[in-house]
Write a protein of this length. Sequence first.
Lengths: 407, 231
Amino acid sequence: MLTLAWRNLWRQRRRSLVTAGAVGTVVTLSILYYSLGGASTNSMYQSLTEGTGQIQVHVTGYRDLREFGTLLIEGAESVRAMIEASADGAEVIGVLEVPSLLAGEDRSRGIVLSGQDWTPALLDRFIDQSLSAGRFLEEDEFEGIVLGEALANALEVGLGDEVFAYAPGTEGFGAAAYTVVGLLDLLDANYEGRAAFIPLGAAQELAAPGAVTRFELHYPELVRLDQDTKIATVRDELRASLNDYSVESWQELNPSLVRLLDAIGPMMAALNIIFFILAGLLVINTIYLSLMERIHEFGIIISLGANGRKVMSMITLESVLLCVTGAVVGTGAGLAGVAYLSRGFTFPGLEEYYASFGLNPVFYASITPKQVLFSIAFALATGILAALWPASMAARLEPVEAMRFTT
Amino acid sequence: MSTIYTVKDLKKTYRVGDVATEALRGIDLKIEQGEFTAIAGPSGSGKSTLLHLMGALDTPSSGEVWLSGRRIDRLAKPPSAQLRLWNIGFVFQAYNLIPVMSALENAAFVLELQGVGRRERESKALQALAALDMAEFADRRPNQLSGGQQQRVAVARALAADPQIILADEPTANLDSETGQSLIHYMQRLNTEQGVTFVFSTHDPRLLNQVTRIIRIEDGRIVQEEPVQAA
Ligand SMILES: Nc1ncnc2c1ncn2[C@@H]1O[C@H](COP(=O)(O)OP(=O)(O)OP(=O)(O)O)[C@@H](O)[C@H]1O
Ligand SMILES: [Mg+2]
C-alpha cells in the first residue's frame, strides 16, 4: 500500500513536490519560529532575572514607603545568613540604594547611589557589556565610584576626577568624596544619566551601617524559562522563614513584562496553526485533484470489493506520506537553521528597541525536542485532516458511475 | 445442483436529464451452480447492465436479485463491497487495470484487498498469469501491454482469488481468435475442474459454440434461451 501511495504521488511529480515543499516550508518556519520565540523568551527571562534576581527581599510594604530610614533591612548580615540557609545554591547580593546629591566641580545631580556587591558571573557580564573606560570597583575599596557616561558628562567629570556625595538625614557619615575610576556605556540612555555605583561597604559607611535596602537572590545557572520551576518553592520557603520581610519572585517584581512573556506561547501557537491551515488547504487541493484524475481507477477498486474504509485509508496514506515527506525535509532545514542561529544573532534595526527595554539584543535560538515533535505532529495531523474530505467523497463513489467516468 | 442466481422481473431505467433509457425491461432467470452461461445480444441490449446488477455493483429500478439464497439488489455499500470481494470475480468490459501497478500487482490486487500475504498472493497471481500465457509480462505496467494482454491480466485478476462465481463482461472482446480461444479453454477448465460458475456477455460467435447455455437479450428483454450441448 505504501509503495502504491508513493507511485501515485509520483504520478504528478511537480504538484506533489510543490505541496510537500509547502508543508516542509511550514515545518521549517514553525521550527525556526519556535526557536526564535524560545530565544526571545529566554533572553527576556535572562535580562529580567539578571537585573532583579529571581527573588528579592525587602522590608514589608516597601512600595508605599518613602523615607530612607524605613526602607532599611537592619542587621543585614544576619538576614543574609538566614536567606543563604534556606535558599540553597542562590548567590545573594545585598543592595543599599541611597538617595543622594552627587556633585562635581561645578555641577550636581540628585540620584540614587547604588551600593551593592556582585556575583562573579554578573560582574563579568556587566563589565563586558557596559564598562567603557577605566576599571570596575574592588569589593573592599571606599574611594572609588563608577558612573554612567551620561551622568559623568552632566557632572562634567572624567576618569580620575573627584565627586562628592551628600546623603543628609541618614545614620552614616552623610557625606563622602569619591574618585571616578570607571565609566559605563549603558544601553538605556535614560538610566545612564542616573547610574552611579559604589561597593556595598562604602554605601553603608555613607548612609546606613550594617543595613541594606534589599537582597537579590541570583541563580546564574538558570538561563531558560523552563528551568525556573523551583523559584516559586524557594520563595514560599523564604516567606515562611522571613515573615517580617516581603519576599517576591521576579514575576511579582515585573508584572507587565511577565504578561508579555505569558502571551508569547499562545501567540506562537495561533500563528503556527494559521500556517498549517494554509498548508493544509494546499494539501486538500492536491489530494482532491489527484482524486478527480483517478475517479475511474477508484471505480475499479471499489468494484473489485474495496470498502469505504479501504478507499479512505488509501487516500489518507497518500496525504500523510506527502506531508510527512515534507515535514522530514522541513525539519532538517529547520534544525540546520536553528543550529546556525543558536550561535547568536540580532534582529537588524531592532537592537535599539530591545535595548530600550533593557533587553539583551543578541539572541540565542534554542528549541526543545518537544517542539520539534510538535511541528512534525502538526504536519501529520494536517495530512490526516486534509485527506478527510476528499477521502470521504471517494468512499461514497458509486462503482459503475465512477468506472464510466473517463478524463 | 443448487441455484446460484435467481433474478426476478429485473428492471433498470437510466435517467439522464429528461431522457429515460430502459436498459432492462423485466428479466427473469436462474443460474445453477457450475453453469457456463453466455449472455448474448447486440450492443446496447443491456448485457453490461444485467451483469452489474448481478454483481451488486448497482441497484435496479425494480425487481430482485438473489445470490445463493440471499437478496443482493438493495445492499448497503459495506455489505455489497464485502460480497464482491469474497464471492464474485469480475472482468469488466473495458480492460480496467490500475496504471501504477505492474501486471503481477494488478493480478494480485483482489488478493491484496482480501488481506492475503505478499508471498502467497504473488504466487497465486503468477499462476493465474501463467495460465493465460502472461507470466513473462508480470513486471510490465499496463501501458506497456497490448489491449489483449491487458485484458488477460484483468482476467487473471478475477481468477487469482478463486471466486465461486465469475462475471465477465465481454472478456474476449479485445483478443485475437487464438488468445480468445485459449482464454475460453482456461475458463472451461476452471468450470469443469473447480466448479466455478461463469456468466459472461459476448457477441463472439466462436465463444457461443463453447458454452452450455446461451441467454439472448434484446432491448432489455430475454428473447431466447438455448440450452446447448457442450462442444
Ligand atoms: N449510466 C448510464 N446512463 C444512461 N444510460 C445508460 C447507462 N448505462 C447504460 N445505459 C444505456 O442502457 C442501455 C444498455 O446499456 P448496456 O451497457 O447494458 O448495453 P450492452 O449490452 O452492455 O452494450 P455493449 O455491447 O455495447 O456493451 C444502452 O442504451 C445504454 O445507452
Ligand atoms: Mg456492455
